[in-house]
Design a protein around this ligand. Sequence first.
Ligand SMILES: Cc1ncc(COP(=O)(O)O)c(C=O)c1O
Length: 399
Amino acid sequence: MAISPPAPLAGAPLSDRLAATQSSPVRELLQIAMRPEIISLAGGLPAPDTFDVPGLRAAFDEVLAGPDAIRALQYSTTEGDPALRDRLAAFMAKRGLEVAGDDLLITTGSQQALGLIASALLNQGDVVLVEDPTYLAALQAFQLADLRAVAVPSDDFGPDPDALLEIARREGAKVAYLIPTFQNPTGRTMPHERRAAIAEAAAQAGLWLVEDDPYSALRLEGEDADLLAAYAPERTIVIQTLSKVLSPGLRIGYVRAPQALRGPLAVAKQAADLHTSTIAQLAAERWLATHDLSDHIAALAAHYRPRRDALLDGLREHLPAGTKLTEPEGGLFIWVELPEGHDAEAILPRALDRGVAFVPGKYFYAGEAPRGTLRVSFATATPEELREGAARLGAACAG
Ligand SMILES: Cc1ncc(COP(=O)(O)O)c(C=O)c1O
């Protein structure tokens, strides 16, 4: 259900913070995109046909039928279930970072981690540096915490490290929020040299880096990159999630922070929701104990790869000459930059009339937004639908 923008209540005005926070326009667009006649390139939800329903059902059954049933239904520790943390740490450690279960804090989705970081590290009015464009709901979380998101100019390889340093110094920023791998919305990935340069700039500016990493596990081709946190472990908070590799409904995210921040983040989490659902944590742990996550991810990649290829082929064939596309090696998104003179917002109603939905790029910018950008996702449609969706989008661009 779409959430209406907050309106002042007679006699009970909303907080300034909430009144200033925009309801995501994408949620409303997604409602329209769900109509059966529309091919949706708009969403970012993982493909429902990849959910392991029998496996998760068995995991919940095992928890509730066994000796942990009472524990699963009880309050639990703020940091999270130790066995789950051990398993997630082993997964995170594959990406060049030393991490043990005790280093992790389980959060209620990675989205919660953004709010916890804001409340533990930043004061009202503080600046958080962001890529331009960036993840829309991170901008919302920062708005709700009354922070000022300041855009760092970015190119095809991520934010410009010199600009990051200069803007951090100018604005007195303490935190930079980055999505280094298969970024939402662009699909782009920072190469090794850029990660090293960003880590160096952060050290010079005294910045905490927040590495939001929901997509790196969804690699469709090529070699895994080390986490940005591997380049600057003492100043990077890395956030991962089971949402894109197992199920977003579980709401299980996990955070590895530098030692000094672990206590403060746990206090913020305690104040926010005491702990993440015990039963969801124990079921996730049972699933991970009885399945090979890497095999499951390989099956996800086999599912998404032909979809990415079909959408890329269709976009190359049907979008106007001079269009620039990202060609991501993973994740769920492709970013489109239409040639001069095209306006994605003006194209959207024509596209919906023709039966295809996408998200205009302007929603993802903290700074000034170019008119001709848009985000498309290959996550939920079939390859045939994706080719047809690209053809409809091309027709809508033509007028
Ligand atoms: C960049 C980014 N961060 C965080 C999230 C939120 O994920 P979670 O389900 O773990 O809260 C998403 C979901 O789309 C995302 O794209």
